[in-house]
Write a protein that binds this ligand. Sequence first.
Ligand code: ZN
Length: 220
Amino acid sequence: MPPTATLEDIKAYQHKVEKDNIAPDNLPPCPRCRVESEFFKIHAYRERRFLIIIEMLIKAAYCSLVRFKCPGCGKTFTNYPDFAIPHKHYTRPSITGFSASYLNSEDITYRQALMVDGSVPGYPQNDATLAPSRIHRWITTLGRLTQTSRTALILLLQENPVSSICRNLAQVVIPQRKYKTKKRKKQLINCRQLMIIKAFFQATFKTSIFTKLAIRHAFG
Ligand SMILES: [Zn+2]
């Protein structure tokens, strides 16, 4: 099974939107006027296209996202379901899953990391398959979530001060063939560390860092 959100995940979220069950309280406070997000009001609904993988085919699925408005200054904020990452059409399980395949193996290429049972997910309209450059961009995106990583690490160490996590994070090494610049090396390390923190966080708190923490940090 390729990593992906399912049609059921997307339908379940749509159902919550329709039942008015989306609360703004996971969002960060307004950066302009510091009003807490619990006071935000529903502003608009916007249909969003997601790309999910069904039996190795990339298919579009649509779901409404809720935009909230700060009552203090009128700034608007999108509330994302936990299968979404802002500005990405592929779902979070695909983005983290394929990126992890690439990072977890020493000598794998982007293309190999996209393979599931010997083939790469493709588009139903033509012969094209998921492009290897996607993983490059997904890792860039995930490597930017440094505030989320930092907060998650603080919470983990508060919960278990003798956790082995710091040792695990310090041991992250990226094979030299995977980068040409220092900047890229840093992105790869950040992303790999995010994956480790994500696994510890899930095991410790039984929830994903993407459910609240990443949203709270506005995916920073
Ligand atoms: Zn405001």
